[in-house]
Design a protein around this ligand. Structure first.
Ligand SMILES: Nc1ncnc2c1ncn2[C@@H]1O[C@H](COP(=O)(O)OP(=O)(O)O)[C@@H](O)[C@H]1O
Ligand SMILES: [Mg+2]
Length: 326
């Protein structure tokens, strides 16, 4: 892997103003990096700030604080106009392909659109490239003449993926790209993304609320809770030795029912707290079966745990008291 990461965030913060004087603390100091060819999985429950992070690193939103480095260049405060010139190099695939695509354009025109905007290719070259892209995402060429309403969810997501790779971007953010699809279709899309990751050498940020989905495609995983990273590490380490109680709980929710698995399957009781009134200490303390008074006092730092490049933010790890009992 190249020495310069494609994407780096440093203490990324994104707040939204809600009604009155309330502030939504959607993202609260998130740092990570993604190298060329690497896929970083980002997991967390609904409302944990995943989409906000995805949109902010692509500068579809402006960060409240912190830095975003794209190929070494600080883009955190880049004016809107200049952000547009970055679009060809940074692409996004959304959860819902139905609303991501103009219903009045045929698949052919939809895939051609980014080439028209960003490539400078002539008409014949664009036609060839659209055909090649369709073949690449395994969309039969007859389907290119169809409108979105005439395509299935999986076929539409293939159109979206073809659009995303058309300009050979260096970074692709995939925001729950398989969540809206039928189970039978998901595996095919994941397989395609896995191939593209190897072929394109693009850095990918793959967002999902489901750890199982990320297992297949991610090199590393970041676990998000209430807009903060509670654990990060190589995919294998996250699955084999989840350290943070929240990661353990997510894991038990994803594993098939298995009486030998020494984890409660109902660990995650209660709601994720409101990001409007953030609790002072660990955000997970209100739902954590292992929480002690000290957990509510101050936010635990993300600290190294044994293993390569594995970090977790739980003060109970030091005492060896971070394992959720069966
Ligand atoms: N434009 C917005 N204005 C106000 N609050 C927002 C906005 N976008 C997201 N939020 C809030 O920020 C938090 C994180 O949202 P989001 O990033 O969509 O989470 P996720 O993708 O993990 O479900 C949520 O509480 C959500 O309601
Ligand atoms: Mg989301």
């Amino acid at each position: 892997m190249s020495s310069q990461p494609t994407l780096v965030t440093e203490n990324l913060v994104k707040h939204f103003r809600a009604g009155g004087n309330a502030t939504v603390h959607a993202v609260n100091g998130v740092s990570f990096s993604i190298s060329p060819g690497e896929t970083l999985g980002m997991v967390g429950e609904s409302g944990s700030g995943k989409s906000t992070i995805g949109r902010t690193v692509l500068r579809l939103l402006s960060p409240t604080a912190g830095r975003i480095l794209f190929q070494g260049r600080d883009i955190s405060t880049l004016p809107e106009r200049q952000c547009r010139s970055l679009r060809a190099e940074m692409q996004m695939v959304f959860q819902d392909p139905w609303s991501a695509l103009n219903p009045r354009l045929r698949a052919r025109a939809l895939i051609e659109e980014p080439l028209l905007l960003h490539s400078g290719l002539g008409r014949a070259e664009r036609r060839d490239k659209v055909e090649a892209l369709a073949a690449r995402v395994r969309l039969g060429s007859a389907l290119l003449e169809r409108f979105p309403s005439e395509l299935s969810g999986g076929q539409l997501q293939r159109v979206c993926i073809a659009r995303a790779i058309a300009t050979e971007p260096k970074l692709i953010v995939l925001d729950e790209p398989t969540s809206s699809l039928d189970l039978s279709v998901r595996a095919g899309i994941l397989e395609l993304l896995h191939e593209l990751k190897q072929e394109t050498g693009a850095a990918m940020l793959f967002i999902s609320h489901d750890l199982g989905t990320l297992r297949l495609i991610s090199d590393r995983i970041v676990v998000l809770y209430l807009g903060s990273v509670v654990e990060s590490g190589p995919t294998r380490a996250i699955f084999e030795r989840p350290e943070h109680p929240y990661t353990q709980a997510l894991m038990s929710a994803h594993l098939p029912a298995d009486p030998t698995v020494a984890l409660s399957r109902h660990v995650l009781k209660g709601e994720i707290p409101s990001p409007i009134n953030l609790p002072p200490g660990c955000g997970f303390a209100s739902r954590c079966p292992l929480a002690i008074e000290r957990c509510r006092a101050a936010m635990p730092p993300l600290a190294p745990v044994p293993g390569d490049n594995h970090h977790a933010a739980c003060i109970r790890i030091a005492e060896g008291a971070n394992r959720i009992p069966a």
